[in-house]
Design a binder for this molecule. Structure first.
Ligand code: ADP
Length: 462
């Protein structure tokens, strides 16, 4: 029988501890149990300990006797250094027990497969999905997951001519010790999650681990449009063994891939040549997405995929849900679901893409609210406010942009539709890009986006 998921056999006959029993911890338990180990499993949240996977025994790892434990498998969400290591991690370190993450276990269980890793502050999921799409369109065997969607250890087993395309969070990268990415992508670095990494230096160091152990036959694709990544690319070009492929949406880069006047330029090998008008990549709107397209193209070329095949796949990329997702066009009015935009920075990316916007925003606001979005207010026809941020956003918009307090999403979709239909502006969009977390009214951003899609489908049915 062919195994459905990767089986980790390296600890056969021994004991392994798993801390964190969400999706990735449970996938690890299944892979390890298949490999004949005894598993001590724990999650500080009692709900997460319910219905333990087969082969697991619940044991509070901060208090348990860890003497015969071969390894501690740590979920990416659990701190192992900053702000404070989890007590079980401290204990394992004292006992000299190896601490590993799911990506590392995958690499050891499937050492013959090829590995492509993607990290960065923003655009990881989009770029990972895009690379997976290009590989599949090119007829290459590939499994896509990691931090995005399917946990690494729930992916199917792969042999030599197939690739794992893995989205890597900085936490996951810190737990690698043998995995080598044949192609590693670092898109960008801006301040984020600084508490977990002891400040900016720690965060940068964590991201840099994606290039660890790369040799002369490996490739580092690096976005050079921010100063940190640019510095890293320069330093690696000078002294790193791997081939560095810089990418930019701002300037021409020799030996790299860049965007000029909305066209993707391939300068990898010889004379720069335009390969794609990015307006044709409909599901990758905006210059932020052009960075993702440039990265995807660079990876495809370094993986040996022909330019025209890569370009056709970028054109046909279906996009990811909740990220500037075109849900429907009704009587010429486009409805865009950008529920993933949980802060002003992400919403700004969407606002740059449209000119006549009926904007649905609100929820639980982040520090600074929507003040940084003022330069884009001229694009807003009207704002429809929902959730707890209503009064804060109303105060920012007051006297600049007309707005309506809608309370909930259903009211906002109805009000935005009514107004847009009455005004009949060319090229208008109803855009859900909340610049807020969703937890005041929804379980998560996916539930918020799904509700938007449902409301819009009701409109289309009418
Ligand atoms: P991640 O997985 O890193 O969170 P996503 O691909 O899910 O990234 O995109 C999340 C949001 O980040 C998008 O909705 C968009 O607003 C923004 N974004 C996407 N790609 C980029 C990029 N290359 N640079 C900056 N922002 C981006």
């Amino acid at each position: 029988m062919v195994a459905r998921t990767v089986v980790v056999r390296l600890f056969a006959g021994r004991r392994v501890a798993i801390l964190g029993l969400a999706k990735s911890g449970r996938a690890a338990a299944e892979s390890l149990a298949g490999g004949g180990v005894e598993i001590l499993a724990w999650d500080d949240n009692p709900k997460a300990r319910e219905g333990l996977p087969a082969g697991c025994r619940a044991e509070n790892l901060a208090e348990a006797d860890l003497r015969n434990v071969a390894a501690l498998v740590l979920s990416p969400g659990i701190p192992h250094s900053f702000p404070e290591p989890h007590p079980a991690v401290v204990k394992a370190r004292h006992a000299g027990i190896e601490i590993v993450g799911d990506l590392e276990l995958l690499a050891r269980a499937a050492p013959e497969a090829r590995y492509i890793g993607i990290t960065g502050t923003n655009g990881k999921s989009t770029t990972t999905a895009l690379i997976g799409h290009i590989l599949h369109q090119a007829g290459r065997a590939a499994e896509v997951g990691g931090n995005l969607g399917t946990p690494a250890l729930s992916l199917a087993p792969l042999g030599p001519d197939a690739a794992y395309v893995l989205e890597c969070s900085s936490y996951q990268l810190e737990l690698l010790s043998t995995l080598v990415f044949e192609i590693a992508v670092l898109l960008n670095i801006t301040p984020d999650h600084l508490d977990r990494h002891g400040g900016m230096d720690g965060y940068v160091a964590a991201k840099r681990h994606i290039f660890d152990r790369q040799g002369a036959d490996a490739t580092a694709v690096i976005g050079i449009d921010d100063s940190i990544c640019r510095g890293m690319a320069e330093e690696m070009r000078r002294s790193g063994p791997q081939r560095v492929v810089p990418i930019s949406v701002r300037e021409p880069v020799a030996g790299g891939v860049y965007v000029e006047n909305g066209r993707l330029i391939d300068a990898l090998d010889d004379e720069p040549r335009p390969v794609l008008d990015l307006a044709e990549a409909e599901r990758l709107p905006g210059s932020h997405n052009w960075q993702n397209a440039a990265a995807g193209y660079a990876v495809a070329r370094r993986y040996g995929i022909a330019p025209e095949v890569a370009v056709a796949a970028i054109r046909s990329f279906p996009g990811l849900a909740h990220r500037q997702e075109l849900v429907a066009t009704i009587d010429g009015l486009r409805y865009i679901n950008d529920s993933k935009a949980t802060n002003a920075d992400a919403t700004e990316k969407a606002l740059t893409c449209y000119r006549a916007i009926y904007w649905i925003a609100g929820g639980l606001s982040k520090a600074g609210g929507i003040v940084p979005l003022e330069p884009y207010f001229e694009r807003l026809r009207h704002a429809f406010l929902i959730g707890r941020a209503t009064e804060e956003f109303a105060a920012t918009l007051d006297g600049k942009i007309p707005f309506t307090r809608c309370g909930d999403l259903a009211t906002a979709v109805a009000a935005a539709t009514e107004r847009a239909r009455a005004e009949r502006v060319a090229d208008a969009v109803v855009l859900l890009s909340p610049a807020c977390a969703s937890f005041d009214q929804f379980a998560n951003f996916e539930a918020r986006g799904d509700e938007f899609r449902r409301l819009v489908s009701e409109l289309s049915a009418q």
